[in-house]
Design a protein around this ligand. Structure first.
Ligand code: WQD
Length: 341
């Protein structure tokens, strides 16, 4: 069975990817430093897949530890690299923390398996597009100057990977996946998003407000040039997103695939903040309390993805809609309320 290293495998997207890897017949090996996840998620994954996957707790930014990992796990055929710090706001205040962790981890990992024929899936982000000039945004749209150190780490990481592939020195194949806004949870409600502290992202704030852990939702601005004035994003169900990582591995396993490619992972449909709020109320029957507040610095007005290339070349398309995203997120919030980790 093909062993796939999943760095950040106990995180929100990583844990869902571990489940989809097993569903697709792969053997995941989880690596996580638990800086933004909890060991309890390993038990939750075990409940879903029926066995406890291999797990290594280590900090990928420490070269010696990554080299030890490669000795312990020499026969991996692929890597899905999620592990990175990802809080946009925090990165503005602590740039060196972000550059050190996100770049040291990536480079240590690349060096550790450099001589092996490994298929690497890299977790990138639509944040590299900034505010696109044309919507929906395609993969060949210009990468805009990063709005945050976090966004810069994603842009530079993509360049590092392309430079490595085109230097011809390694046996890697690489696919970068540019996520739009991952939300929702596994249908079992056993895994989902576990924000630390007050959620910065919209959907976890909505579910925590709905369950009474937070006050009213503040809509960050309703004076944008959009139909209802609130910002538009391309929200994608985390399970659909996870399945795209399996499709990326399958693509690289084809003889015809050489080098590097990159794909948008969205639904191709934009939803405004107010539409998301109303979708949550519609799909859960729970009334939300919200008020309009000032714009949030750094927000782009509207962005959603063109997913033609992902559908045609990756052979993948999102299947779950905004109502399933909201209802699954709500089921997860209720689960952790009664089963706190
Ligand atoms: C969505 C919309 C907010 C909270 C971020 C990262 C991006 C990616 C996904 C990693 C915006 C509005 C939010 C609230 C609100 N992460 N909002 N009230 O900023 O699009 O993307 O997460 O790759 O890189 O930047 O997601 O959920 O924070 O915001 O009105 O309480 O919801 O202003 O318009 P964002 P988000």
């Amino acid at each position: 069975m093909s062993k796939i290293l999943v760095t950040g495998g106990l995180g929100f997207i990583g844990s869902h990817a571990v489940v989809e890897l097993v569903n697709a017949g792969y053997e995941p090996v989880i690596v996580d430093d638990l800086s933004n996840s909890q060991l309890a998620i390993l038990d939750q994954i075990t409940k879903i897949i029926g066995y406890k996957p291999a797990f290594h707790q280590l900090d990928l930014s420490v070269e010696a530890d990554v080299n030890s990992l490669a000795l312990a796990e020499p026969d991996i055929t692929g890597v899905i690299h999620f592990a990175a710090f990802k809080a946009v706001g925090e990165s503005v205040g602590h740039p060196l923390k972000y550059y050190r962790n996100n770049f040291y981890s990536l480079i240590n990992l690349l060096n550790a398996y450099y001589a092996k024929p490994v298929n690497l899936v890299f977790s990138s982000s639509c944040t590299v597009y900034g505010q696109p000039d044309v919507l929906p945004v395609t993969e060949d749209a210009p990468v805009k100057p990063a709005q945050s150190p976090y966004g810069n780490t994603k842009q530079v990481a993509e360049e590092i990977l392309k430079d490595m592939i085109f230097s011809g020195g390694s046996r890697y194949k690489v696919v970068s996946l540019r996520y739009f806004n991952p939300v929702g949870a596994h249908h079992s409600a056993l895994i989902g998003e576990l924000p630390i502290g007050v959620p910065q992202n919209l959907v976890p704030f909505i579910t925590q407000s709905a369950i009474g852990k937070r006050g009213n939702i503040t809509v960050h601005g309703d004076d944008y040039n959009t139909p209802d004035g609130s910002c538009i994003r391309d929200y994608i169900h985390v399970v659909d997103l996870a399945k795209a990582h399996v499709a990326a591995l399958r693509l690289m396993e084809k003889e015809s695939f050489t080098g590097y490619d990159m794909f948008n992972l969205g639904t191709g449909t934009g939803s405004s903040v107010l539409e998301v709020i109303h979708a949550f109320e519609r799909s859960t029957g729970v009334k939300l309390n919200y008020q309009i507040g000032p714009r949030r610095p750094g927000d782009v007005e509207q962005v959603w993805g063109d997913v033609t290339k992902s559908t045609q070349k990756l052979g993948w398309k999102a299947e779950l809609g905004i109502d399933e995203m909201m209802s699954s997120a709500w089921e997860w919030e209720k689960y952790i309320e009664t089963n706190p980790f």
